[in-house]
Design a binder for this molecule. Structure first.
Ligand code: G3P
Length: 222
């Protein structure tokens, strides 16, 4: 991943599901081309192939299960997701928390399959703990600010700054992103000024009247 990076978590909003997932991917691609900033789409599993088939941009899964091929009804198998078009995955989002051992297993699966791993954490301590597993990226998101419209980079700057310091002291190569309530150019600039390598965001862009405009505003102060 090059810095700065923007990962858009589509979550399960209707505005980012099905055909809307494609529209959002078009907005991401075009904003990325205009700004020169790497922008990654993280659509629902069912929309990954649709997006990959129509639009050329980096795609992350929202979740991968710690399984190998076989009998695991209802699970997300890494091999299938890669064939569908992913280049990486979010792991352990606050809305889909995983056991520590399972997080480690999915990071290892990503390494074996040469795709990127971005582990979500909820505070400074878990960010440091996860860094010892050596994922490609850690994205710190205080759960109480998720979907709130209150930007973590401005409301809790110490969480971003100390997560960056803590993670980099364990492994300098790990990228540190921050998320929760990020939507404007000021929010992203504040995150980068605190040492973050980029942002992980959702509602501010997914629900914007004009997502491409919102994405260009997001990176306008860099
Ligand atoms: O994964 C991104 C996320 O949890 C932040 O959500 O809606 O606060 O940007 P939001």
């Amino acid at each position: 991943m090059n810095t700065p990076i923007v990962i858009l978590n589509y979550k399960t909003y209707l505005e980012s599901s099905g055909e809307n997932a494609l529209e959002l991917a078009r907005a991401l691609k075009s904003a990325s081309e205009e700004s020169g900033i790497t922008m990654v789409a993280a659509p629902q599993a069912a929309d990954i192939y649709r997006v990959h088939d129509q639009i050329s941009l980096p795609i992350f899964a929202q979740h991968i299960d710690p399984i190998t091929p076989g009998g695991h009804t209802g699970s997300n198998l890494i091999e299938t997701l890669i064939e569908a078009g992913i280049n990486g995955s979010l792991i352990n989002h606050s809305e889909n928390r995983m056991k520590l051992a399972d997080i480690d297993e999915v990071i290892q699966l990503c390494k074996q399959h040469n795709i990127e791993s971005c582990v979500c954490t909820n505070n400074i301590a878990t960010s440091k703990a996860i860094a010892t597993f050596n994922p490609d990226a850690v994205a710190v998101e205080p759960p109480e600010l998720i979907g709130s419209g209150i930007p973590v980079s401005q409301a809790q700057p110490e969480v971003v700054e100390d997560s960056v310091k803590g993670v980099k002291s364990i492994n300098k190569k790990i990228k540190v992103l921050c998320g929760a309530g990020i939507s404007t150019g000021e929010d992203m600039k504040a995150a980068m000024d605190l040492g973050a390598d980029g942002v992980l965001l959702a509602s501010g862009i997914v629900k914007a009247e004009n997502p491409k405009k919102a994405l260009l505003d997001l990176v306008s102060k860099l």
